[in-house]
Design a protein around this ligand. Structure first.
Ligand SMILES: Cc1cc2nc3c(=O)[nH]c(=O)nc-3n(C[C@H](O)[C@H](O)[C@H](O)COP(=O)(O)O)c2cc1C
Length: 332
């Protein structure tokens, strides 16, 4: 069966949302949002704070393995930090060669490295040598900075550097997040390297997945915004692949999601300062509007609300079974 991976998404898909999405199920693996490596050795507590799953055998509460992603540009610093991270026994270590953020790119990290395949090779070989062979070592790349001239050279450099699989976000940095994703380039990368290649970009529905498989000439994919907008996406893809009839009743899915909105709200309340909790909920509800009319209605109501108790009242009024004992209001 195909491998379905949950994408890293800094600022959106943290341990809390990972817990909820992997509880809905269908994922083989999740990758953490990037942890930035610059000029010093990060204390272990930084990795454990960003990825609390590390304290649970590097698994989400539902048991999905978590790979931890690092972002940086200096081979030695990345190697030293990867070795430090390896002590915490992550389910894998991934390197980010796709981030388009100007602050990251100014320091030579993320997608800018795609200009220099030799550097990609030195980074990967340094990290590979620094961590035990038993820890899966992977990378995630875009197609290039503004064109695909070096796509295949970059993929070959990463593979030669010792990664065991490669995720290709099928867009250049210049493409940003604009559709389409150029899945045909994933097929080219697949035939250029011998490691397994995972396609990523613009899979929002089971039908997108089917088309992506045909065009990219493979079945393994990583789901990003589509997974956040539709927590049932991986399950839908699996059902379709198994030849089952697709569940088209979105209101049944919404009912299944309601208790998980409570889990999300409780966990976010325990993690962030109370004034930030409503914002985190709005971010996810805004994404869910794409799939659920109920989420759209709830989002419109919650949007102007600033206070935790107001938001909690709105959630309750819309059928979200807020746990009273551990509710945020009770904690204050
Ligand atoms: C808000 C946001 C944050 C992201 N953070 C990361 C990140 O930390 N590491 C990474 O490799 N990719 C990151 N990405 C890229 C996604 O993992 C994924 O490659 C991209 O969204 C394309 O997949 P999609 O079309 O399924 O969303 C981020 C994307 C978004 C929209």
């Amino acid at each position: 069966m195909a491998k379905l991976l949950l994408a890293p998404m800094e600022g959106l898909l943290d341990d809390v949302l990972r817990e909820v999405l992997t509880a809905v199920g269908g994922y083989d693996l999740a990758v953490s949002e990037f942890i930035r490596v610059s000029g010093n050795l990060l204390p272990r507590r930084v990795f454990r704070q960003r990825c609390p799953e590390l304290d649970r055998g590097s698994r989400t509460a539902a048991g999905t393995p978590l790979v931890v992603q690092l972002l940086g540009s200096d081979p030695t610093m990345l190697a030293e930090n990867a070795a430090q991270l390896a002590m915490l026994a992550p389910a894998g270590i991934d390197l980010n060669f796709g981030c388009p953020a100007p602050t990251v790119n100014r320091h030579g990290g993320g997608a800018t490295l795609l200009a220099d395949p030799e550097r990609l090779f030195s980074i990967c070989s340094a990290v590979r040598q620094a961590i035990p062979a038993a820890i899966p070592f992977t990378a995630k790349m875009r197609l290039g900075i503004s064109d695909t001239e070096k796509t295949l050279d970059c993929a070959r450099a990463l593979a030669a550097g010792g990664i065991v699989s490669l995720v290709v976000h099928a867009r250049t940095r210049a493409d940003g997040y604009r559709p389409p994703a150029h899945w045909e380039w994933v097929a080219r990368v697949r035939s250029a390297v011998s490691v397994p290649v995972v396609a990523n970009g613009e899979i929002w529905t089971a039908e997108d997945y089917r088309r992506c498989c045909v065009v990219s000439d493979g079945t393994d994919v990583m789901l990003g915004r589509g997974a956040v907008a539709d927590p049932f996406l991986a399950r839908r893809i699996r059902a379709q692949a198994a030849g089952e009839r697709l569940n088209v009743d979105r209101s049944a899915d919404w009912r299944e999601l309601q208790p998980l909105l409570d889990v999300f709200w409780q966990r976010i309340g325990a993690k962030v300062h109370p004034p930030h909790a409503p914002g985190r909920l709005k971010l996810w509800l805004n994404a869910l509007r794409r799939t659920f009319v109920e989420a759209d209605i709830l989002y419109q109501i919650v949007r102007p609300l600033r206070r935790v108790d107001e938001v909690e009242g709105a959630l309750r009024a819309h059928g979200v079974p807020i746990t009273p004992r551990a509710s945020l209001a009770a904690q204050r």
